[in-house]
Each structure stands twice: as C-alpha cells, then as structure tokens.
Ligand binder design. Structure first.
Ligand code: FES
Ligand code: MG
Length: 582
C-alpha cells in the first residue's frame, strides 16, 4: 500500500507546463501569445496563469449531456475567479443509447483523444465533463495516462420519471414494459406514453446503471469532489458544483496534485467497495480494471470476489433495489452518507482531489432516509451482489450480478441452447418450435470485445416468448457480451476468453450440459478436456471484419474483458516526454 499523500512544493508561474508555450521569450512563444490575443484576450489574462482544459463531451447527439454546454461555462467562471485561464476542448461523445455498434468500441478512442489533447496543448490541469456510461472511464483513463491535475465532473442523473402514478427507471423499465407489450398486457398507445415519459430531463440514467455506478466510483476514487456523483443534472446545485470544480482545479495546479497521486491502490479498493455497496453495474468491473491499469495499480477479477464477500449492498436503488432512483439517493445523503455507513470497510486516509482525506470528507455525512440508504444492520443484500466465476467454460473469468437475479438459479445445471450470433438469437428466440424450457441455459457467442465488436450490451437475452407467456421471467443466460447496468436477471457475462478468439464458448453445442454455481463461483460445461480438444480441431478463426480504419485498430489491439478491454499499446505507465516545441 502507498504512503499517505504528502504535499508537494507549490508551482510557480515559471514552472507551469504552459510556461513553455506562453512564458518563453522566443519566436514560437511570440506566435503562441499573439494568436491567443487574437481571441480578444490580454497578455495578463493567460500568461503565467494555470491553463485549465475543459474536456467536454457535449454533443447534440448525446441526450445525457445536453446541459454540459452550460456547465462548461460554470467551470470557466470558477477558473477565472481562481486566477486561471480556461479553454474548452470538445471531444468525441459516446451516446450510449444511440451510437452503434456499441459505445464500448469507442471508449479507448475517447481515452486516446483525451490524453493527446492534454499532451499536445499547453494544458496545466483539466476538468473532465462526461457521465454517459463509457465517457466516464474513457476521460479518466486518458487523464490518468497524461497525469495532470484533474477533476471529473459527472453529468448527474436525470430527474425521476413518472407515468400514470408510477415512477419509471431508465433502462430497467424499458425492458420490463417491452416484455409487457410482447405479452399483450399493455397497448401500443400505452407503450408510446411510456416512451415519452421515461427520460424527462437532461442527465444520465437515473437508476444505479453504469453511469451512476461510474460517477459514484469516481467520487470514491477521489477524482470527483465530495457529493458530486448524485446531484441531479438540472439542479442548480449541479451548476454550482461545476463552478467549484473550476475553482479547485486552479489550486490543484499550484499544489501540483496530479491524478495519479490520487489513484492509489487504496483508492481502487475504496472504489471496488463502493461498487459493491451500491449494487452497481457489472460494466464497472471492466472499467475499473482498465483504469487501474492506466494508474499502474494491480487490480484483478479475484479482488472483486474478496471485496464483494465483505461488503453489503446498502443503496436501495433500482435495478438491485426495487423502488428508489438516484434523485432519492441524493436527497437521502448521497455517496458521502453511504460511505460513512461502511467506513470500517474503507481506507479513510485515501486522498480526494479537494485535498482532504476520505475520512475528513465523510465525517459529517448523514443518512436522511434509511430505507433509501440502508444501515449496516438492515442491508438490501448482505454481500456485494456480484461474483466472478471461473471454470472450463470461463478459464479467465466471467461476471454474474447475483444481487439482481432470481436466487433459485444460484446453483443450476441445465441444457444449453446455443446462438451463434446476436442476429441468430433474434431470429430464433420467439419461435414456437424453439427447443427450450425454463431450465434451459441460453448461450450467446461472438458478442465479445472482438466478436461484437466492442462487447455490446446483449447479455440480457430476452426470455423466449413461449416461456414468457408461461410466466417465466428469469432464466440462466451466458455470453461473452456485457449487459446494461440497468439490466437484471441471471446473466453470466464477460466470459473470457471470448468465443471469437477460440475461448471454450466457441465449442459449446446445443444439448450440452452446463453447470453454474455462484456459491462455489464456478461455471463449467460437462465435457472432458479430450472432448473439448476434439471439437477444437474443427474450429476456425472467424474472418476479419474490418479491412481498414478504427475497427481494424480495435481488432488488432483490444484486450479481453478480464484485462479491462484496453488497447495493448495504451496500457501501463511508461512515461512519454512532453512534445518538443519548435
Ligand atoms: Fe446515457 Fe444511460 S444512456 S447514461
Ligand atoms: Mg447503460
């Protein structure tokens, strides 16, 4: 474990990174200054001041980030007030509900863009604006590799949605009402009303899906200011938080407090504990491994099993809880209140970007509604609700969210019904002659990091219609895909290695027997090594999908899920020199 954070020597105007651009007395600096003055700025507005990049993933194509345009202005106000020079740097947005084939394919592209924006421009510190699912890890990964003073401002959850007297949760209710419509329990008109009601304001999904999970994780890591992770996006408090980020980042530059000073092994342990206590998204397992990799911190899938075993789920938020949403979580005290309740499980000396320790930041936090944020003695679930499985079907691991599934499947053996691709599954799943019953195990392959590509969120396969009409609402499903953080059901995900690269999932046939045991954390197909080896003789590497372009880069360099799906050439902490100025 690392030492407690020790304050460094304060920066001076001459030791700022941007000094090489703006402070020097040479021909190049003349150009940098004169062309900055072209933007109607006086010399003293920017020379000798911390230059603060605001990496903004605002876009008209991203409904979760519509307010980030305005929030960038709030950040700028804070930066100016604190004596810095703010510059907004637009970056590619990853709009979870719109981008194809999946935003996950582009997470590493945004990470690269973030890192290189910061490296190639005279940036001294950065405020990262994002929140929609993969934007969060991408921004933090890029900033971590660049290692400047950094603060992440989460976009904040959207307001609670309402329809005919009931509340609607992003994602979770989307799946639920789709099944009701497939069953004929609601009309098309009613379904359209749900469609118009389920997302009523700017902001990220307001369940404890991937966006809220990653926002709370960033707060627990210390890269967001305390309390930032649950402020509803349209709340005036969110705009004030943005301005506070602007003020604080300027001071962080003078203090020379860099993001890797914050992202220590203790910080990642706190983040994993927070994931479990929130009953958070399975996607976070992949992202945390990737983020740790960028920070040079060891974090393996097995660490999650240890943390899960000792951490109760206290956030009673959908989909693991069945009533409340992020707005309720915020007014119940937000993450600081939850963290205080589990403080014995945390490293309280881990440092936050505000310069204080976790212990100092949560010392006055209170739970205002202990049905929303439960007490230790009355948890939603007594353990973390997420297990990593291994076995001959997943030699490098698979993930199961035990907190959001029918508990009768914790130990289950059944007959495999195999789909070769997502299209194959869609074509077959509602057929009356599909040879399936409620004890069958649905298997989907070719949906992993390369197979998808980008591991689309296909892991919550629909229940076959013939079983749905019999009242079946959950069954065991296994894939190398991910699932949305708002999803639920007995879905074994992230099977590694994936079928595309010849993992055992590629060799399974309909009719094989598969055994899942969440108690012993095992996932096996009941076939001998010899039988598997025999089948492997007939397996062929699938043909290339991309003749050129970014897709080809992904297919060549993406790592498997257990390694966080980072590109091999982006991993690690090997120092890269600042660009030469010529
Ligand atoms: Fe953007 Fe869920 S779709 S956070
Ligand atoms: Mg999602």
């Amino acid at each position: 474990m690392n030492m407690t954070y020790i304050k460094k020597q304060r920066k001076t105007p001459e030791t700022l990174r941007s000094h090489r651009w703006f402070g020097a007395q040479d021909l190049r600096a003349f150009g940098h200054r004169s062309r900055t003055m072209q933007m109607e700025l006086d010399r003293e507005d920017f020379v000798g001041k911390p230059v603060i990049g605001i990496v903004n993933t605002w876009s008209e194509i991203n409904p979760c980030h519509t307010h980030l345009r305005a929030r960038a202005e709030n950040v700028k106000r804070g930066v100016w007030q604190a004596g810095g020079f703010p510059v907004e740097l637009p970056a590619i947005t990853l709009a979870e509900t719109i981008q194809k084939p999946t935003t996950m394919m582009y997470r590493n592209l945004l990470a690269m863009e973030t890192e290189e924006l910061l490296r190639s421009y005279p940036i001294d510190g950065v405020v990262l604006l994002g929140g929609c699912d993969k934007t969060t890890p991408a921004l933090v990964m890029g900033a971590t590799s660049m290692n400047l003073p950094s603060i992440f401002l989460p976009a904040g959850p959207m307001l609670t949605a309402r329809w005919r007297g009931q509340t609607l949760g992003s994602g979770s209710d989307q799946w639920k009402f789709w099944d009701e419509r497939r069953m004929g329990n609601i009309t098309e008109e009613e379904h359209q009303e749900v469609e118009a009601s389920i997302a009523r304001s700017p902001g990220t999904c307001m369940t404890m899906g991937t966006a809220s999970t990653m926002a709370t994780i960033c707060e627990a890591l210390g890269v967001s200011l305390p309390g930032a992770s649950s402020i509803p996006a349209p709340d005036s408090g969110h705009g004030r938080m943005a301005a506070q980020c602007g003020k604080r980042i300027v001071e962080m530059v003078w203090e020379d407090m860099k993001i890797r000073d914050i992202l220590t092994p203790k910080a990642f342990q706190n983040a994993a504990t927070t994931l479990m206590a929130n009953g958070g998204s399975t996607n976070a397992v992949i992202h945390l491994v990737a983020m740790a990799g960028r920070a040079g911190v060891e974090l393996s899938l097995d660490d999650f099993n240890e943390v899960s075993a000792r951490t109760p789920v206290l956030a009673n938020i959908r989909p693991v809880g069945n009533t409340y949403l992020m707005e309720d979580f915020h007014y119940a005290g937000g993450l600081p209140a939850l963290l205080r309740e589990i403080e014995s499980l945390l490293y309280l000396d881990a440092i936050n970007c505000n310069g204080k320790t976790m212990g100092e930041n949560i010392s006055n936090a209170k739970i205002w509604n202990d049905d929303v944020i439960r007490r230790r003695e009355n948890p939603v679930k007594s353990d973390g609700g997420l297990v990593v499985l291994r076995g001959n079907l997943a030699p490098d691991g698979a993930v199961l969210k035990t907190g959001a599934m029918d508990q009768k499947f914790l130990e289950h053996t059944g007959r495999a019904v195999v789909f070769d691709s997502y299209d194959h599954m869609v074509e077959q799943i509602d057929r009356d002659d599909l040879d399936v019953d409620e004890n069958s195990i649905l298997v989907l392959r070719n949906a992993g990091p390369l197979g998808g590509p980008g591991m689309p969120e296909w892991g919550m396969m629909p229940i076959p219609r013939k079983l749905l009409t019999q009242g079946v609402r959950d069954m065991v499903r296994i894939s190398d895909a991910r699932m949305s953080g708002t999803s639920y059901g007995t879905c074994v995900l992230h099977v590694s290695p994936e079928s595309w690269v010849g993992g055992p999932l590629a060799l399974i046939q309909t009719g094989d027997t598969i055994s899942l045991n969440a108690n012993t954390k095992t996932l096996d197909v009941l076939l001998s090594d010899e039988q598997l080896a025999e089948r492997r003789k007939n397996w062929k590497t699938p043909p290339d999908k991309f003749p050129r372009g970014y897709g080809k880069l992904v297919m060549t360099h993406i790592q498997q899920a257990d390694k966080g799906c980072d590109f091999d050439f982006l991993m690690g902490t090997e120092p890269i020199a600042d660009p030469e100025i010529h």
